[in-house]
Design a protein around this ligand. Structure first.
Ligand code: BES
Ligand code: MN
Ligand code: ZN
Length: 495
């Protein structure tokens, strides 16, 4: 189900179906809706008081209108204090409100747009679209019987269309990209082997007007991508390298590479993982999913820069043909790698994917990967570990994360730790021990960046939500997509 978003200047008193009523911190009703309280003889304000509503962001209550309004119901939504309010408050409030409206059977939700300090109405509207769209996402592909469907068909903002149109468009594009990434992450390993992921990327490229090139095993052998080949060699499904390109109409102002880890299922290989919780490793292609989602959106946004989306896809399986600890691989850039753990497979895929992307002549490249459990230990379930060789790039990504409401935290690339990756028999080994596991992994990746400005996002924590919230249900989150979209928008504007 996809919600339609539009805008109309209408009086709240004449609206049918469901109306969103923003309540500020302290319990006062947003100025844009006070006319309503007059029609209801003060009952609205009284109910807010009687119910003890505080205006906290995320708090929602559905009220009937007792036949006193054409609208059937009101969704009272907390929006926090006017001074401290942020775009992310709007996102969360509209996510919670749209979910509540949909669960109550609303088809149309009318919604005023409150003011947010430092944000023009267009951006407020974008945040509301993002919230409502993401909050009502559900993954129903594999349900033959659906107990609870969300009814919501459209959200109509009470604003002049011309003022918020671009916000609606940008918000919708972002929501579609995130939901695409979520669908891919939620899809299980049996339904999404590497060649299917490549097929889906191909279809999206076709529809969006992107260039697409897919390397199968034979093509990867010709290329010399020994690390990607090794990770995939224990699976009946061949590994694939997927390369999508967006080119703007005119001469591109700059060129950005986005690189995703696409392990469609990570058993750990011969260094096999414990059974408990292994099912979650169907989400080990969340980096790839984010890159594919972003590429779809980039085509719609029409930015004046070129964007390369590169995904290394493989299934990591234990098997008679699988790669082993002790094996020495030759990567695409010619470096040899001693495999210590076959469970440190993501960095092997990325090694070749990063070299490949650097060879495309990009100005900067950013990889996303569910790379290390150590990063989750360091930053928890919501934090993305951010590493990079270019401070301007790192700073720009932190800013983009703040605008997107995603938590990116800078981590160090200490040269002293590089020696943990020294191998007896090869140029480098693929693990550096338990301590500083996220840093060691990033230092490994740096060896394959070929001097190109590079940043690495370890999304092992936030890629998967244990529990649902205002911005979506449990499962794949599509984390990173919106940060990258905000980043690309700013990068294009500065180029
Ligand atoms: N896909 C995992 C990392 C991961 C762990 C993602 C938990 C999401 C949640 C990765 O391939 C892996 O197995 N990493 C190992 C590295 C180790 C062998 C050096 C890890 O983190 O234990
Ligand atoms: Mn692994
Ligand atoms: Zn993995």
């Amino acid at each position: 189900m996809t919600i339609r978003f539009t805008a109309e200047r209408r009086s709240p008193a004449e609206l049918t179906d469901t109306l969103l009523v923003p309540v500020e911190a302290g319990g006062s009703i947003d100025a844009s809706i006070q006319e309503l309280d007059r029609i209801l003889d003060g009952k609205l304000c009284q109910s807010v008081g009687d119910l003890g509503l505080t205006g906290r962001v995320g708090q929602v209550t559905v009220l009937p209108t007792w036949g006193q309004l054409p609208a059937q119901r009101l969704v009272i939504a907390g929006i926090g204090s006017p001074e401290a309010r942020t775009a992310d408050d709007i996102r969360r409030a509209w996510g919670a409100a749209a979910q509540a409206a949909a669960e109550a059977g609303a088809r149309t939700l009318y919604s005023p747009l409150p003011a947010v300090p430092g944000l023009d109405p267009e951006r407020v509207c974008q945040a509301a679209v993002e919230g409502a769209g993401l909050g009502t996402y559900r993954f129903l592909e594999y349900r033959t019987r659906v107990e609870t469907t969300l009814s919501l068909e459209q959200v109509i903002f009470l604003a002049t269309a011309g003022q918020v149109e671009r916000g609606i468009e940008r918000g919708r594009t972002a929501v579609e990209a995130v939901c695409l990434a979520r669908d891919l992450v939620n899809r299980p390993g049996n339904e999404l082997p590497p060649e299917r992921l490549a097929g889906i990327a191909w279809e999206i490229a076709e529809r969006a007007g992107l260039e697409c090139r897919v390397y199968d095993r034979g093509a990867l052998e010709e290329l010399g991508a020994g690390a990607i080949l090794a990770v995939g060699q224990g699976s009946r499904h061949e590994p694939h390298l997927i390369h999508l390109v967006y080119r703007p109409a005119g001469q591109p102002l700059a060129s950005v590479g986005l690189v995703g880890k696409g392990v469609t299922f990570d058993t750990g290989g011969i260094s096999i993982k414990p059974a408990e919780g292994m099912e979650r490793m169907k989400g080990d292609m969340a980096g790839a999913a984010a890159v594919i989602g972003v590429m779809q959106a980039v085509a719609t946004l029409g930015l004046p820069i070129a964007v390369h989306g590169v995904v290394a896809a493989a299934e990591n399986m234990p098997d008679g043909a699988a790669f082993r600890p002790g094996d020495i691989l030759r990567a695409l850039n010619g470096k040899t790698i001693e495999v210590i753990s076959t469970d440190a497979e993501g960095r092997l895929l990325l090694a070749d994917a990063l070299t490949y992307t650097a060879q495309q002549g990009v100005d900067v490249m950013i990889d996303l990967a569910t790379l290390t459990g150590a990063c989750v230990v360091a930053l928890g379930k919501q934090g993305t570990g951010l590493f990079g060789t270019d401070q301007d790039l790192v700073d720009a990504l932190v800013r983009a994360g703040q605008r997107a409401g995603e938590k990116l935290w800078p981590m160090p690339l200490w040269d002293e730790y590089r020696e943990l990756l020294k191998s007896e028999h090869a140029d480098i080994k693929n693990t550096g021990g338990r301590w500083g596991g996220a840093i060691n992994a990033a230092l490994f990746l740096r060896e394959f960046t070929e001097g190109v400005s590079w940043a690495h996002l370890d999304i092992a924590g936030p890629a998967w939500a244990e529990r649902g919230g205002p911005l979506g249900p449990a499962g794949g989150t599509g984390h990173g997509v919106r940060t990258l979209l905000y980043f690309l928008e700013e990068y294009a504007a500065r180029s």
